[in-house]
Design a protein around this ligand. Structure first.
Ligand SMILES: [Zn+2]
Length: 140
């Protein structure tokens, strides 16, 4: 099956889409992000197409794969700080970002983006939404 998803092209290792592979198993692949937030910023994806992480049926295997990648960075760099992000805002294919040694706080960082979002939203409305979720799924 073919589609226009760039991550599916990477998973199929199509020659038109160059990428730098970090690690791979039968079901998952990890490669360097071409717009890195830090040295070693890596994207982990399932080889099958799912629109988001929460649609991946073997999500436990996916998380173990990401843990392996993060642990490899910790082993190689000696740095225990490896951040991870689940976004899905640029490519509609399940992906988890592994970002080792993030030490920037500029307009390109997620932290800055989050900071700006907090400025935009009213804290009360955020807490209202949180309370609705908490109350709806409250354990009896
Ligand atoms: Zn895809």
């Amino acid at each position: 099956m073919t589609n226009n998803c760039i991550f599916c092209s990477i998973a199929r290792k199509e020659k038109e889409v160059p990428f730098f592979q970090i690690y791979e198993t039968n079901n998952f692949i990890a490669f360097l992000d071409i717009y890195p937030l830090s040295e070693g910023h890596t994207i982990c994806i399932p080889k099958s197409h799912y629109p988001d992480v929460w649609s991946v049926p073997n999500i436990d295997e996916f998380m173990r794969f990401c843990k392996t990648v993060a642990n490899k960075f910790q082993s190689v760099t000696g740095n225990r700080t490896v951040h991870s992000y689940i976004l899905g805002t640029t490519v509609p294919h399940a992906a988890i970002h592994i970002v080792p040694n993030i030490n920037i706080f500029n307009q390109y960082s997620f932290a800055y983006a989050q900071h700006k979002l907090i400025e935009q939203f009213k804290r009360k409305s955020i807490m209202d939404i949180g309370a609705q979720i908490r109350d709806r799924y409250k354990v009896a």
